[in-house]
Design a protein around this ligand. Sequence first.
Ligand code: 5GP
Ligand code: ZN
Length: 116
Amino acid sequence: MKSVSCIFCKIINRELDAQIVYEDELTLAFRDIAPAAPHHLLVIPKAHISTINEADNTHQALLGHMLLVAKRLAQDENIAEKGYRLVMNCNSQGGQTVFHIHLHVIGGRNMHWPPG
Ligand code: 5GP
Ligand code: ZN
């Protein structure tokens, strides 16, 4: 079910603008509004799941699909060969600020480890 107040549900419903780069039955992907790198996409499920803590076995295929969409987008963005980072933040200490799960696809510059 869609959450009426969730900004990512609003993007799915086209109530809020975003630079959408990919869509299928299960997922949507769009450019991050405040990119952390030259390439910064977000892959989200169309189903509203607040945090990865709320995911369960019924979401297994969906979560795997999100990873494969991310991989495909990295190829489309021409960052696959040089390398990129996939990140999902969870809750406040994890740095999550939007409570509809999303996979960050970040590339186009050198990444550092551990992250800050
Ligand atoms: P989080 O901190 O939850 O892991 O990541 C949320 C991401 O969503 C941030 O990188 C932030 O820039 C991005 N974001 C927040 N609001 C919007 C929006 O309205 N549109 C788009 N395209 N990205 C957003
Ligand atoms: Zn949502």
